[in-house]
Design a protein around this ligand. Structure first.
Ligand SMILES: *Cc1c(COP(=O)(O)O)cnc(C)c1O
Length: 435
């Protein structure tokens, strides 16, 4: 095998992503592991350099992609680049259909890096008004200190974006499905609006579309193929899948690789090789099998909740009466075009009085009595997790904004795992009896 040739195995690129994520990028320039069945894990903070000249060359080549893409890298120091993480990045690029992927120490480190390389002092971001709590906090607490302002708008409304864009806008940022209310944002429609805006701008003033794909995972939706420029994702969730490690990734066009690598080097949020290895050998290879099963169970649970007398409403994109069902069918599909509405359900319990908090009562009962439903934040794991976004993950959002987005005290977010769905229904039934 010739590492420098960068050739893939015959037919590798013709295989489906589900297969490719199990076997990985066969001939990696990152590491020659032709005789390992499982990719090796590296653990070396620093790397031996053969000569001063080679050391100098390493620094010159770092974060400078050549015209033919990346050469076999000369590793210097873990924070800059290292092989296990590099192999994971190659596989994440396959999963997201991206030209490149750069991994970070957490999903939030990835979100900060994507925003950090595209927007700086004087620039402006337009974001959907409901966001993961820490992303909202980043945009309201920290970015303004660096001179970056964010306008929060409803991107599900046509025209919402155009009204908020200023000459300084550089980024449109959103999640779809939105965490936690499961609203969808039409990526192709945002693309059309941004194309119309960019048509009147020079290359350095263009607006970029960043999509947080954490809720769907690349199995259910590939935003880059629908018109997004950049995808950010928490590896801690569906991709990691087992809940053992924290990580994040930014995937996008080749010309963002150098700035992202440089940003990671200087801000220091590099993914540890041990965390990268878990995602590389357990998380990504099992994503297809896990997601196919999560979805089947999610469908059973959503149907059960929908008919339960104590439930006000259920938001699951796979249900026929999901308010944006048409869009869901168009946007959330697996690689073969099969509808893939994902593993996340949001539902609201009926309030008995205006001060009643049935969500808290449900999850408190579950926390004390449930065997297979766990009260915990995070999502996409093999274990079913439940939480109350109103008072937990989305506590940072202002009250009026929560109300506008259906974030009510009775709201419950369910991340469906791999348990037998009948057991989950038994435990939900019992829990609902105690609300
Ligand atoms: C969890 C999450 C993040 C942040 O990821 P971490 O790995 O926890 O830093 C960002 N976006 C969404 C939608 C998330 O659910």
């Amino acid at each position: 095998m010739n590492l420098d040739s960068g050739e893939s195995y015959p037919h590798e690129t013709e295989r489906r992503t589900r297969t490719r994520l199990i076997h990985g990028v066969g001939r990696s320039r990152k590491w020659d592991y032709d005789h390992h069945v499982v990719p090796p894990i590296s653990s070396s903070a620093t790397f031996r350099l053969d000569s001063a000249r080679r050391g100098a060359q390493a620094f010159v080549e770092f974060a400078h992609l050549g015209p033919d893409g990346e050469q076999a890298p000369i590793y210097i120091y873990d924070r800059l680049d290292e092989p296990t993480r590099g192999m994971l990045e190659e596989n994440l690029a396959v999963a997201e259909r991206a030209e490149t992927a750069v991994c970070f120490a957490s999903g939030m480190a990835a979100v900060s890096a994507a925003l950090g390389v595209l927007a700086w002092s004087g620039h402006h971001i337009v974001a959907h008004r409901t966001l993961y709590g820490c992303t909202y906090s980043l945009m309201t607490r920290w970015l303004p200190r660096n001179g970056v302002q964010t306008s929060f708008v409803d991107l599900t409304e046509p025209g919402g974006l155009r009204a908020a864009v200023t000459p300084e806008t550089r980024v449109v940022y959103f999640e779809t499905p939105v965490n936690p209310d499961m609203q969808l944002i039409d990526i192709a429609a945002v693309r059309r609006e941004v194309d119309a805006i960019n048509a009147r701008r020079g290359a350095t003033e263009r607006v970029w579309i960043i999509v947080d794909n954490t809720f769907a995972s690349p199995f259910c939706q590939r935003p880059l193929t629908l018109g997004a420029d950049v995808v950010v994702e928490s590896l801690t969730k569906g991709i990691g899948g087992f809940g053992t490690d924290v990580g994040g990734v930014v995937a996008g066009p080749r010309n963002l690789r150098d700035p992202l690598m440089m940003y990671r080097k200087d801000f220091g949020g590099s993914l540890s090789p041990k965390a990268a290895w878990s995602a590389l050998v357990y998380g990504l290879p099992s994503l297809g099998a896990r997601m196919a099963n999560y979805q089947k169970t999610a469908h059973h649970l959503a149907r059960f909740l929908e008919t339960h007398p104590k439930v006000e409403y259920v938001r699951y994109p796979g249900l026929n009466h999901f308010p944006q069902f048409e869009l869901a069918r168009r946007q959330m599909v697996d690689e073969d075009g099969r509808f893939s509405p994902g593993s996340m359900i949001y539902f609201a319990l009926k309030q008995k009085s205006p001060t009643d908090n049935p969500g808290e009562r449900l999850i408190d009962w579950i926390a004390q009595n449930s065997y297979c439903i766990t009260l915990a934040v995070s999502l996409g794991q093999i274990k079913t997790l439940i939480e109350c976004p109103y008072s937990m993950t989305h506590a940072a959002m202002p009250e009026e904004q929560k109300a506008a987005d259906g974030l009510v005290p009775g709201g419950v977010r369910l991340s469906v795992g791999l348990e037998d769905w009948k057991d989950l229904i038994v435990e939900l039934t019992e829990a609902l009896e105690h609300v």
